[in-house]
Write a protein that binds this ligand. Structure first.
Ligand code: IFM
Length: 475
């Protein structure tokens, strides 16, 4: 299949502040809920020890090098998040000028390299001080978020065209407030119910605010989507998969895009299901310029009497990544078609990628499983465009190996390998593959991908052999 994308299609890579920046408290930043969550987690391996030191990729020191790497990979765009506590240490008070300056310089540097910034305002790192005041369950949280967003927009709206308010709200609500597996480690549907309402209002009010900055081109959200496949054709499993779809895929998108609160909230929150006044409901459903889809896998769902929502997930039936997630590229096309049919809004793939247990050998990382994963998913994007889905760009998760939340430093998703002891960066074969793909797309007169030096895709049949040179394509 020809892998030529439309000329204005954006190829990028994504990261988030907490996962890469490293311990920056000496610049006046405030701690986040994840900082405190890590310190309370078990230490077993060397990786856990590194995680506890909270240095991760030390991007806060090595950011210039990382921008050079983005440029070396020829990326059109870089999706990063701003750390709320770095900008406003207490979350709702004085601004930390050094923190703001960091993002100011980062954005300038990206633009100097011709890389378009895509900025996420909230990627899970709530300031710890705000959590002590009730976190997202506090009815003032939409005001806190608005103040923080205004501070960032006042500084960067003139140079950042693409804005995302929230990254994967379902994940941080479900895992952080119902299952307690993520920060802040709460297991309370009552707490989650209050937070749900405040997060919904926070997005809507902040999106309205961002619209008042003329230079901002597009405002969206990033939502994790997974097609929910019934584990069997039994009516019970089919019904369970519909419940999971309503909860996992529609829970935030329906209110934000269509202005409707999904019925499944009754089952999720029970007697704590929040009340909505007419004026609050009217705030929802504002038009988004895009929906960002974070796609990794699909889910096989069955009925189970004793699980949350009477739903259980069956083990994958095919090859998996190092996260144990089933590899299903077709699911990405399905998610893109579904999202466009449901919400009639332009799309980006704001995250897609895979963790594998990469090994450095002779200074190289021959991560052919990731190359194949990326290639197979990028092909699905091409198919979506051919089916007239307005897909505007694709971002690999992640630029760098980084801190993978409750998995610590043990899961490597990067196009670039990071040594968490020395902070050395090494571009993996997947990085070179992606760079070659982008170069190919920037040279419209080249008719066949295989005809360009270094763009050999024989690895799809025999991929060990094709990339043994390990060198980036000449361009
Ligand atoms: O690392 C995360 C990211 O922070 C949000 N989306 C999924 C990624 C992989 O789990």
């Amino acid at each position: 299949m020809n892998i030529r994308f439309p000329e204005n299609f954006i190829f990028g890579a994504a990261t988030s502040a907490f996962q890469i920046e490293g311990n920056v408290h000496d610049d006046g930043s405030g701690k986040s809920i994840w900082s405190s969550f890590i310190q309370n987690s078990t230490v077993g391996s060397q990786e856990d020890e590194y995680a506890k030191s909270e240095t991760f990729c030390l991007h806060s020191s090595y950011w210039k090098r990382d921008v050079s790497l983005l440029s070396e990979l020829k990326l059109d765009s870089y999706r990063f998040s701003v750390s709320w506590g770095r900008v406003i240490p207490s979350g709702n008070g004085n601004v930390n000028q050094k923190g703001l300056q960091f993002y100011d310089q980062l954005v300038d540097n990206l633009l100097e390299h011709g890389i378009t910034p895509m900025l996420t305002l909230y990627h899970w790192d709530l300031p710890l001080e705000l959590q002590k005041n009730g976190g997202w369950a506090n009815p003032n949280s939409p005001d806190w978020f608005l103040l923080y967003s205004k501070t960032v927009a006042d500084l960067l709206a003139d140079r950042v065209p693409l804005w995302i308010t929230f990254n994967e709200p379902w994940i941080f609500m479900h895992l952080g407030m119902i299952q307690g597996e993520h920060a802040p480690g709460i297991k309370s549907p009552e707490y989650a119910a209050a937070a749900y309402k405040n997060i919904l209002l926070s997005h809507s009010r902040t999106a309205d605010l961002l619209r008042s900055y003329n230079q901002i081109r597009e405002i969206g959200i990033a939502s994790n989507l997974s097609p929910c496949i019934p584990a069997s054709p039994s009516p019970a499993d089919v019904a369970a998969s519909k419940r999971m779809d309503a909860y996992h895929n529609r829970f935030f998108l329906d209110p934000w895009v269509n202005g409707s609160i999904p019925e499944i909230t009754d089952q999720v929150f029970g007697k704590h299901n929040p009340e909505w006044s007419d004026s609050e409901l009217n705030e929802l459903g504002s038009e988004l310029d895009f929906i960002g889809i974070n796609y990794y896998t699909s889910k096989r769902i069955a009925h189970h009497d004793h699980d949350f929502l009477n739903v259980t997930e069956h083990p994958p039936q095919t090859e998996t990544t190092d996260m144990g997630w089933e590899i299903n590229p077709d699911g990405l096309l399905e998610a893109l078609i579904w999202a466009y049919e449901q919400y009639n809004t332009p799309l980006y793939v704001t995250e897609n990628g895979a963790a594998f247990n990469d090994v450095i050998q002779n200074g190289k990382i021959e991560d052919y499983s990731r190359v194949r994963y990326l290639h197979d998913h990028i092909l699905q994007c091409k198919k979506a465009i051919e089916q007239n889905i307005p897909l505007k760009g694709y971002y690999v998760w992640s630029l760098l190996d980084n801190y993978e939340w409750n998995h610590g430093l043990t899961k490597r998703f990067g196009l670039i390998h990071v040594d968490f002891e020395t902070y050395n960066r090494t571009i993996k074969q997947s990085g070179y593959y992606y760079r070659n793909l982008i170069s190919f797309n920037r040279h419209p007169n080249t008719s066949d991908l295989k005809s360009r030096r270094g763009l050999n895709l024989d690895f799809l049949d025999n991929f060990q052999a094709a990339y043994t040179q390990g060198q980036p394509a000449g361009t």
